[in-house]
Design a protein around this ligand. Structure first.
Ligand code: ADP
Length: 478
């Protein structure tokens, strides 16, 4: 049986441990088997990245652009195959898998261009005869730690800017979905990335991730994942003087006002809350619905959910794939029990479903009569579970939308320009959506949130340079 190996110092290297990447649509299927890196191999990867940094940071931006562009083109050319691989390891439906792969390809191509666009400033000094230059330089070795819910897009939006701006990389994908991350390593290797510039280490967060965070040679860590892990990594990076960027959870509100177009609001809510099995940090998990439209909205969403086909991610008629793992399914079920105990009404779904293949299937769940104080309204569930909170008017909706420890994305469905404009200005979130789902963003503009959702500079778009470069101010006596 072939085993996918780690990529360290320009070579695919074996290790003793093994890890199976299991298909959540059919748990009998092992998508691939991976060699598991340990602390020693992770340290070797960091050493290799540190040795490669001086030369890579001084390469022509054209060299970096060409490698990233080559990878971007290959990802786009292989979208059907990589999309299927993604859907097999993560469980999102094939259309979403292919969509995510295309996004990853576009990200590589965007940052290929960014390598060439990085520029500085030159200004007059307040002192006579002195020139001032402000330039950006790469940070050094960056550690990239990614979650399982976007197995190719999140790695792409960290790896591509890190390399574009001249950093060297040690990348640790989520251990339950390493196949797409491995595919990126394979493509970078064939595109001619110099030895040590990019390294892949597959393994548990507590070993491989922690080794990266603790290494004195890693200058910066970019992490996407849970709040608890993110906070721990943030504290450890602060202790060891590393730059850190954290993208954590969300509890994103979608406000539906009485004047909303009902079919639009239902589509936006169902997409935002349940597509990708609700496993998106931008998912609309709190639906704040004004009393005049409340009953019609709940009835229409329920009808839509009844018709939603839950099944194998690769089956052509499936609209919602399985939950990613048994552990995540248990978390979803625990929260549904908590919601019922707290007094919310389970209006639809929430039951484990049997399908032909053994998988982690869950019916999309809708709670009504929820309050914003309940745990199901405050804590991120990360599954196909949304709760409806009834609100009297726009002012109450806005207050509840902002009453959360998170602040990633916030949406509103309304035909009122006044309320849409006010919401865009006053929603305490990094991203605001009007008549659009809270999830689903472009790849060339900043992504990130406020409060407990994010820490550090934004990701994606030109804003990514804030994290992946450091500023130098140089003075010259002319
Ligand atoms: P989830 O599994 O819900 O995505 P986690 O925060 O547990 O969220 O995992 C996100 C990423 O962080 C994964 O790649 C995981 O292996 C990694 N990770 C988990 N624990 C640690 C840790 N202590 N140090 C570094 N990385 C970790």
């Amino acid at each position: 049986m072939s085993v996918r190996l780690n990529y360290v110092a320009g070579a695919f290297v074996d290790s003793t441990g093994r890890l199976e990447d299991v298909n959540p649509s059919d748990t009998r299927e092992v998508v691939d088997t991976f060699a598991v890196a340990d602390k020693a191999l992770t340290d070797q990867a960091v050493e290799a990245a540190a040795s490669a940094f001086p030369a890579w940071s001084r390469t022509s931006p054209e060299t970096r652009a060409d490698i990233l562009d080559t990878v971007g083109n290959e990802i786009l050319a292989r979208k059907a195959e990589l999309g299927a691989l993604l859907s097999r390891e993560e469980g999102k439906i094939l259309a979403e898998g292919i969509g995510e792969v295309v996004r990853a390809g576009r990200l590589f191509k965007f940052f290929a261009g960014e390598a060439l666009r990085l520029s500085g400033e030159k200004g007059a000094s307040v002192r006579p005869g002195v020139d001032v230059e402000i330039t950006r330089e790469p940070e050094g070795v960056v550690g990239l730690i990614t979650p399982w819910n976007f197995p190719i897009a999140i790695p792409a939006w960290k790896i591509a800017p890190a390399l574009a701006y001249g950093n060297t990389v040690v990348f640790k994908p989520a251990e339950i979905v390493p196949a797409c991350g491995w595919a990126i390593a394979d493509m970078l290797a064939r595109a001619g990335i110099p030895e040590g510039v990019f390294n892949l280490v597959v393994g548990p967060g507590s070993v491989v991730g922690q080794a990266l965070v603790e290494s004195s040679k890693v200058r910066a860590v970019s992490f996407t994942g849970s709040v608890a892990t993110g906070r721990r990594i943030g504290a450890a990076c602060f202790e060891s003087g590393k730059k850190v960027q954290l993208e954590m959870g969300g509890k994103n509100p979608l406000v539906v006002l009485d004047d909303a177009d009902l079919p639009t609001a239902v589509e936006v809510a169902v997409n935002g809350a349940y597509f990708s099995t609700g496993q998106r940090c931008t998912a609309s998990s709190r639906l704040l619905v004004q009393s005049g439209i409340h009953d019609r909205f709940v009835a229409a969403v329920t009808e839509r959910l009844k018709a939603l086909k839950v099944g194998h991610a690769l089956a052509p008629d499936t609209q919602m794939g399985p939950v990613v793992s048994a552990e995540q399914l248990k978390q979803d079920m625990d929260y549904m029990r908590i919601g019922s105990e707290e007094g919310a009404h389970l209006a639809f779904g929430g039951e484990v479903l049997e399908r032909e293949a053994p998988g982690h299937y869950l019916a999309p769940a809708l709670f009504t009569e929820a309050t914003n104080a309940m745990r199901i309204s405050r804590e991120e569930i990360f599954g196909p579970v949304a709760c409806v909170i009834r609100v009297a008017d726009y002012e109450e909706a806005l207050a509840i939308a902002n009453d959360t420890p998170f602040g990633l994305s916030a949406g509103i469905c309304t035909t009122s320009l006044k309320h849409a404009t006010h919401f865009k200005r006053n929603a305490a979130a990094g991203m605001v959506m009007v008549n659009l789902a809270t999830a689903g963003v472009d790849y060339h503009v900043p992504f990130g949130g406020r409060k407990g959702s994010s820490y550090g500079p934004r990701e994606q778009g030109s804003y990514a340079r804030e994290f992946y470069t450091t500023v130098k101010t140089a003075y010259t006596l002319a």
